[in-house]
Write a protein that binds this ligand. Structure first.
Ligand SMILES: [Zn+2]
Length: 319
């Protein structure tokens, strides 16, 4: 699933390809975009320039001349592709196709693509309520730690776990499952620590680690490890599942279950963690961690997690 750094790289590529150019055609296949097009004059976007394509968290926005915009969210499987010569045939996964004079951008498999008028950051609810972005643009001020801390430390979050709140896009925008595991490991933080129990030192570490990990993943195309750790992963077959595979050298803990921790040599573990609990039930995500470095009592978390899942749902989820 694309997280903030991956979406930013799509936005950069679209900005380079589409930015400043007039729209030759814009086809959309999502319900919301189709109904917007029905409500507006045919061809209203034709020949309008795409002024800029940017991202905030996992959302991508294209600003179009005349106060129009397009907006996409890739969810689990979506991706943007840029092509010099677009295929004539429409792939059934295609959600949108934006053509400019010398190129074309196609959105595949994303459930969210909409069109609108006005400032999307005020109009689209999911954008309006987003927390501070983990990745800032060079012309913006750095990661907004005060805003993050203010949202994190509101009373309603006191009892939530840090592993759950890092995925809450309204608190901080752009973190998904790999970044949260890597940030928590970098901070040596137990994913099950309650927000109210975090010390000043731990909060300091978090506000340093979030933009650092995000920037590193953005700059390197998804690596969260330091150069030194990457070299160790490349050269020591006992630290990876498949020696020679680049994927296994990307992260400290994410998808490194049962392999030795790069810091202490003990075994990396994975467990399901409750990340959302409301009237609709509980949602869980797999968290990867080093029990030793992060001080997690695995047996305790295992039994607690099992009890909770069974109580909430008759279908027992393996934990
Ligand atoms: Zn460790």
């Amino acid at each position: 699933m694309p997280e903030g750094p991956e979406v930013r790289r799509f936005a950069d590529a679209l900005d380079r390809t589409l930015g400043g150019k007039p729209i030759v055609s814009l086809k959309a296949r999502t319900k919301t975009a189709l109904s917007w097009q029905k409500e507006h004059p045919t061809g209203v976007l034709l020949n309008k320039r795409i002024e800029r394509v940017l991202s905030h968290g996992k959302h991508l926005v294209g600003l179009i001349e005349g106060g129009y915009y397009f907006h996409s969210h890739l969810m689990m499987w979506g991706s943007w592709a840029i092509l010099d010569n677009p295929p004539q045939e429409i792939d059934r996964r295609e959600r949108s196709r934006i053509v400019v004079p010398d190129a074309c951008a196609i959105l595949y498999s994303a459930p969210i693509f909409d069109l609108g008028t006005g400032n999307p950051f005020e109009i689209v609810e999911n954008l309006r309520t987003l927390g501070t972005d983990i990745l800032r643009y060079p012309d913006e001020k750095p990661f907004d730690a005060p805003e993050f801390l203010q949202k994190l430390l509101t009373p309603e979050n006191s009892d939530r776990t840090i592993g759950a709140v890092l995925l809450d896009q309204q608190i901080v925008a752009g973190i998904g499952n790999y970044l949260r595991a890597e940030i928590l490991f970098d901070c040596r933080l137990d994913p099950w620590r309650k927000v109210a129990d975090l010390t000043g030192e731990e909060l300091e570490h978090l506000i340093h680690s979030i933009p650092l990990m995000a920037q590193r993943a953005y700059a390197t195309g998804g690596f969260t490890v330091s150069d030194e750790a990457r070299t160790r992963l490349q050269n020591n077959p006992s630290l990876v599942y498949t020696p020679g595979s680049e994927y296994g050298t990307r992260h400290y803990v994410f998808r490194r279950t049962n392999l030795p921790c790069l810091e202490c040599g003990r075994t990396i573990r994975q467990l399901r963690q409750v990340t959302q609990a409301d009237e609709e039930g509980e949602k869980t995500r797999i968290i990867y961690f080093c029990p030793t470095c992060q001080g997690t009592n695995v047996e305790l978390k295992k039994s607690k997690s099992k009890r909770k899942v069974v109580a909430a749902n008759e279908n027992i989820i393996e934990v």
